[in-house]
Design a protein around this ligand. Structure first.
Ligand code: SAH
Length: 222
């Protein structure tokens, strides 16, 4: 069980986080709210123990069960693309370490997050419980979305999909945005942003190259 006292944030961490935020700004992240969230959330709380030197590097890092904690730049980039505002309802697919979910919480949105691998979900859940954070976590196949909680103002998928699952577009509010890495090789994906313009119309943007672990499940990789 994670205790509140396990969740430390030293002056060294804070200094390293400030430098990371400068690096993200140089790499093109502009949204003040996103930069502030990246500067607020202690990444070490979601990072594997005993790898102190890697916490504030701008790189993905392995967590348990063959998964990864996303690269800070990727977290900031996806969050910026969502164009969310405080109070929005946001669905994340792939809770993993919980870091992206914590960044969303710091943006002041209502967070719903789905994870396939139960022990990862339980670990993240323990951290949020210790923090007293209000977050809705679900275990299951995130490619189905969360129909009973739709519509969402934004949906962010943090694993690489072979194609855009229709379920997500259905579960977006009008004006809502889906941000999802897509491609037939998880080493060579394109970030896509789909905006729901009306019940029948969407706008699609194909953005930067990226890498993610595979999105599994019925509308993902088998
Ligand atoms: N957002 C995470 C990134 C984790 S990596 C973070 O900030 O650390 C992607 C995660 O997606 C993995 O934990 C993986 O188990 C999960 N995943 C893959 N397919 C999934 C699916 N169909 N439903 C829910 N989670 C899935």
């Amino acid at each position: 069980m994670v205790k509140k006292t396990d969740l430390v944030d030293t002056l060294i961490h804070q200094g390293q986080r400030k430098r990371l935020v400068d690096e993200l700004r140089k790499k093109g992240i502009q949204s003040p709210a996103v930069l502030q969230a990246m500067g607020t959330v202690p990444r070490q709380w979601f990072f594997p123990k005993d790898f102190e030197h890697f916490i504030y590097r701008d790189a993905a890092f392995p967590i348990d069960h063959g998964q990864t904690i996303s690269q800070p730049y990727t977290v900031a980039y996806q969050t910026e693309l969502l164009a969310i505002k405080s109070g929005d309802k946001v669905l994340e697919i792939g809770t993993g370490s919980g870091y992206q979910a914590a960044i969303l919480l710091a943006m002041g949105v209502q967070v719903y997050s789905v994870e396939y691998i139960l022990p990862l979900l339980q670990k993240a859940s323990g951290i949020f419980k210790a923090l007293g954070a209000e977050i809705q976590l679900f275990h299951g196949d995130g490619t189905l979305g969360l129909p009973s909680f739709a519509p969402f103002d934004a949906i962010v998928v943090t694993a690489g999909a072979p194609a855009v699952p229709e379920t997500y577009v259905k579960q977006l509010a009008i004006g809502g945005k889906l941000v999802i890495p897509v491609g037939d090789n998880t080493e060579d994906l394109k970030m896509m942003r789909i905006t729901k313009i009306s019940e029948t119309q969407t706008k699609s943007e194909v953005l930067q190259d990226c890498k993610f672990v595979p999105l599994k499940g019925s509308h993902g990789w088998k």
